[in-house]
Ligand binder design. Structure first.
Ligand SMILES: Nc1ncnc2c1ncn2[C@@H]1O[C@H](COP(=O)(O)OP(=O)(O)OP(=O)(O)O)[C@@H](O)[C@H]1O
Ligand SMILES: [Mg+2]
Length: 308
């Protein structure tokens, strides 16, 4: 795996306040890296530093081996990014916007523009004025803009904000496609774990300006115990069965029946036990832990580790 972006001890202090505190991580080619954290954690600030919109107080960022401090143009030349709202001329068509944008970089051909429009699925509407576009279409045009110069790294700050489920899915599919087929490194930020889960290979968890963990998405999900909502009758007897068979498992009565934290492998056995004891099963629903829960877990683990 080839590293394309590297943050080394990056710190940002604004007016005496440490907003980003000594963050280091690497992103490889062909990988989707998710930057996950609650509002105000420092995602946008970190991204602004990576794309060169904001200076670094200390540490360094290299992109394609070039330092953002000493080889700025070289470094940011590798990057395509949407941070906050992409610049667009609403009274021009999507196509005119792209042509305008293409003039800012060297060597972008007409074919490249057409190919990019197709990639983001805007072919049919590209000659309409941007002011007639929906939010999702504007997002796609923004994506096209930053893909024109074939960046090695694509950076999207909360790309699915405000999109409907279909729009979210589209962005997710493009992101995966770009990583897989163009070997692009993609950095996306979000405060939604569920969204990151489907899009990312790895995630970095940021909280209060600190990177508290970097994990492979699969491991992160694997380590997250899920809660099951069991719609069973009678729920009291079902609960005592669970307590007898799984004394160490957290289980309690909930609105619709029982809420229990169990590894998935145990579900078939539990069902057998219920059936053998004439418990009626109306439904078993997997309820993923909220990001908040997982955060509390991870921070508690890290906190405990730090305090010995
Ligand atoms: N220019 C600035 N001046 C002062 N404080 C700032 C500035 N930019 C960001 N901050 C502060 O830095 C912290 C991190 O902000 P940032 O926008 O990076 O968070 P975020 O993770 O992107 O949050 P959100 O999910 O809400 O977008 C916040 O407390 C914010 O108020
Ligand atoms: Mg932000």
């Amino acid at each position: 795996m080839e590293t394309i972006v590297e943050l080394k001890n990056v710190t940002k202090v604004i007016k005496g306040r440490t907003i980003i505190d000594n963050i280091s991580f690497q992103v490889n080619k062909g990988e989707v890296f998710g930057f996950l954290g609650p509002n105000g954690a420092g995602k946008t600030t970190t991204i602004r530093m990576i794309v060169g919109l904001m200076g670094i107080t200390s540490g360094d960022i290299t992109i394609g081996g070039a330092s953002i401090k000493t080889q700025f143009e070289d470094a940011v030349g590798h990057v395509g990014a949407i941070v906050e709202n992409p610049e667009m001329y609403k009274f021009l068509t999507g196509y005119q916007n792209l042509v305008h944008y293409a003039r800012m970089s060297k060597g972008i051909t007409k074919e490249k523009i057409t190919e990019t429009i197709e990639l983001v699925g805007l072919t049919e509407r590209i000659n309409d004025k941007v002011k007639t576009y929906s939010l999702g279409m504007r997002q796609r045009l923004g994506l096209a803009q930053c893909l024109l110069h074939d960046p090695a790294v694509l950076i999207l700050d909360e790309p699915t904000n405000g999109l409907d489920p279909a729009g979210i899915r589209e962005i997710r599919d493009y992101v995966r496609l770009l990583a897989r087929e163009k070997n692009m490194a993609v950095i996306v930020s979000s405060h939604l774990l569920s969204e990151m889960e489907m899009m990312c290979d790895r995630i970095g968890i940021i909280q209060n300006g600190r990177l508290i963990d970097v994990q492979h998405m699969k491991e992160f999900v694997h380590n997250t115990e899920v809660t099951y909502e069991l719609e069973v009758v009678p729920s009291e007897s079902a609960l005592s069965l669970i307590k007898t068979n799984y004394p160490n498992v957290r289980a309690n009565l909930s609105r619709n029946g029982i809420s229990v934290e169990l590894p998935k492998e145990e579900i078939p056995n539990l069902v057998k036990t219920f059936v053998a004891n004439e418990i009626q099963i109306f439904g078993i629903k997997e309820v993923a832990k909220t990001l908040e829960d997982r955060f509390l877990e991870v921070t508690a683990e890290k906190g405990a580790a730090q305090h010995g």
